[in-house]
Design a protein around this ligand. Structure first.
Ligand code: HEC
Length: 174
């Protein structure tokens, strides 16, 4: 939706540029406009995928609050674990557009390493690992045994989140 609006806008601006500048200059003018809009589009993509991660982080906190501070209920924590599994499936699509920390000037502050797109299969695999680990945590909650829940939670954090962050998330940006 957003994407098609942008492309439509690029088309009409290019048309106007062609009328004003004459056909000879049009190719260059439309190429420049296209590049600018593409970068605005990619900035939005960066924001969206950071929102996705924040939402995953929020669900993680719900579980941690329950396990460490007895806040909320086991049912809520279990639902948050299931939600992480759902959100994990959205990760590949959210990162499809290449926009890494190597080009922050163009796409905004972000911590996505270029390695994501150099090793796309590995990145997708890490998202699948998170989905599998979250399912194991849901199962542990269903079993109701506190040791098993703690173990599954630790495993999801270390290998589900941490596995991907270690390889594909860069240092903090100020
Ligand atoms: C498949 C890879 C992958 C997995 C799995 C993953 N992350 Fe991330 N996460 C990233 C990347 C890459 C970034 C940096 C995004 C950016 O800045 O563009 C990130 C950023 C974040 C951020 C910072 C968001 C912001 O900008 O404020 C949080 C919080 C986060 N992840 C939490 C989690 C938690 C919690 C899990 C596990 C439940 C998890 N992530 C699993 C790749 C992953």
């Amino acid at each position: 939706m957003k994407r098609s609006t942008l492309f439509a806008a690029a088309g009409s601006v290019a048309l106007a540029a062609g009328v004003i500048l004459g056909a000879g200059s049009m190719t260059q003018a439309s190429a420049d406009v296209g590049a600018q809009l593409a970068s605005a589009d990619r900035t939005a993509v960066v924001k969206e995928r950071q929102e996705l991660m924040k939402s995953i982080g929020g669900n993680m906190k719900t579980i941690a609050d329950f396990l460490k501070e007895s806040k909320g209920t086991a049912t809520e924590a279990q639902a948050a674990a299931a939600k992480i599994g759902e959100l994990a499936q959205e990760i590949p699509a959210a990162f499809e557009t290449e926009a890494s920390l190597a080009e922050m000037d163009a796409v905004g502050k972000n911590r996505s390493k270029p390695e994501i797109w150099l090793n796309w299969d590995g990145f997708v695999e890490d998202a699948e690992t998170l989905k599998a680990k979250s399912a194991m945590l849901v199962t542990a909650f269903a079993g109701g045994e506190s040791g098993a829940i703690q173990t599954a939670f630790g495993d999801m954090g270390k290998n589900g989140c941490g596995g991907c962050h270690q390889d594909f998330r860069g240092p903090k940006v100020e």
